[in-house]
Design a protein around this ligand. Structure first.
Ligand code: SF4
Length: 178
């Protein structure tokens, strides 16, 4: 017998494109609201998603896939950006399916209650080579530090950090940022 899905029905809403300015043209934010309480699936999602930002107390989990950001709250799932309504509907269906799959398999997954720590950009910056060499693809070490702090990039994407000269700073960054 199939397990009962956590999220069976939801109310879909496409946000106003003006709320999401982008050089790529109009992009949309989509929301699904549901009656089910999604708090229970969050530690299981935290276990299977890469670098998710989970807060048990505030009952939310946020994660990224490529350029897209997803946020699951107790009774709501939001995602952005989507190209248009059809794209947003498809993404929402896929994500709800993924959440329901994780819920159905929860007996096989060790829940993870670990919360991602936000490390201030300045702390990260002080551990970088601070040469503004741009090998990471950004204009400066401070810009890179800000991206690492937000979880958008990882310290390993700074090639000079891999050298023996910076091994101490690299280890400290790994302790702080994972
Ligand atoms: S690659 Fe590293 S040292 Fe170079 S700009 Fe980026 S963060 Fe700074």
């Amino acid at each position: 017998m199939d397990a009962i899905p956590l999220i069976e029905d939801y109310e879909f809403e496409l946000g106003d494109p003006e709320c999401l300015p982008s050089a790529m043209g109009q992009l949309y934010r989509a929301t699904a609201r549901f009656e089910a309480d999604a708090s229970g699936v969050m530690p299981y999602l935290n276990a299977v998603l890469d670098r998710a930002d989970y807060s048990r107390d505030n009952s939310y989990i946020r994660w990224k896939e490529s350029v897209r950001v997803y946020i699951l709250r107790k009774h709501e799932l939001a995602l952005s950006p989507a190209k248009d309504r059809e794209h947003a509907v498809e993404l929402m269906e896929q994500t709800v399916r993924m959440i329901n799959d994780v819920w159905a398999k929860r007996d096989e997954i060790e829940p993870d209650y670990h919360e991602l720590r936000i490390v201030p950009a300045l702390t990260i910056f002080q551990l970088l080579p601070r040469t503004n060499c741009r090998e990471c693809g950004l204009a400066s070490c401070m810009a890179f530090a800000a991206e690492v702090s937000k979880g958008e990039m990882h310290a390993s994407e700074c090639p000079p950090l891999a050298s023996e000269e910076h091994s101490g700073e690299r280890e400290r960054l790994e302790e702080l940022c994972g």
